[in-house]
Design a protein around this ligand. Structure first.
Ligand code: S3P
Length: 194
């Protein structure tokens, strides 16, 4: 449990969303703001594998990567309360999704196609964007993934220009969610007494 200003964060906050949504950038700022550790699942996977995600995809394929991703996220969620940024496909895996739902607070950073195309154009390290037109690939992933990302407990729009605006939205949504959660816990014995 971590206490920030007027609200407590009872579980690890797990950022989900497509490549380019700003999970790492916002995750780091959020962690700083809440005085919590920040951890990036993709970085942890690379550390565990001893090579880059691009190399894992190339040498072993996506299924192997997803298995490793599942194990790493399970391990991280078993640790202390922190801010955890996950790769765009993590929440699509049914077991990873259930683990996140049980042990964390999922927060979907939703961004529109133009924002994702613009942001992912800056670097070219993502295996899923290697073969084909970024806009077409991201549009297909939006169709496939957004209905599933919508299962996250909190959804916040990733603002186009300023990370600070997104950060303030995330903080407000998180505060609201955690306050409601604390209220529910507080009220449940009374509800049962009826
Ligand atoms: C992926 C997203 C990447 C990384 C891997 C697969 C995906 O992470 O995990 O390349 O399936 O969307 P980011 O969302 O951090 O770029």
């Amino acid at each position: 449990m971590s206490t920030s200003g007027s609200f407590s964060i009872p579980k690890t906050v797990v950022l989900v969303g497509l490549m380019g949504a700003g999970k790492t950038c916002i995750g780091k700022k959020l962690a700083q703001e809440l005085d919590l550790p920040f951890v990036d699942a993709d970085v942890e996977i690379e550390k565990a594998a001893g090579c880059s995600i691009a190399e894992i995809f190339e040498e072993h394929g996506e299924t192997y990567f997803r298995d490793g991703e599942r194990r790493v996220i399970q391990r991280l969620l078993a640790g202390p309360v922190q801010i955890l940024s996950t790769g765009g496909g993590a929440f699509m895996d049914v077991i990873t999704r259930e683990t996140i739902k049980e042990q964390g607070i999922s927060l979907w950073l939703r961004a529109d196609l133009d924002v994702l195309v613009e942001r992912t154009a800056r670097r070219n390290h993502r295996p899923l964007l290697q073969n084909g037109n970024h806009r077409e690939i991201l549009a297909r992933l939006i169709d496939e993934r957004y209905p599933v990302y919508a299962e996250a407990e909190i959804t916040t729009d990733s603002a186009e220009g300023s990370a600070e605006i997104t950060l303030q939205r995330v903080l407000a949504a998180l505060k609201d969610y955690c306050s409601r959660l604390a209220g529910q816990e507080h009220c449940s014995p009374l509800a049962q007494a009826d």
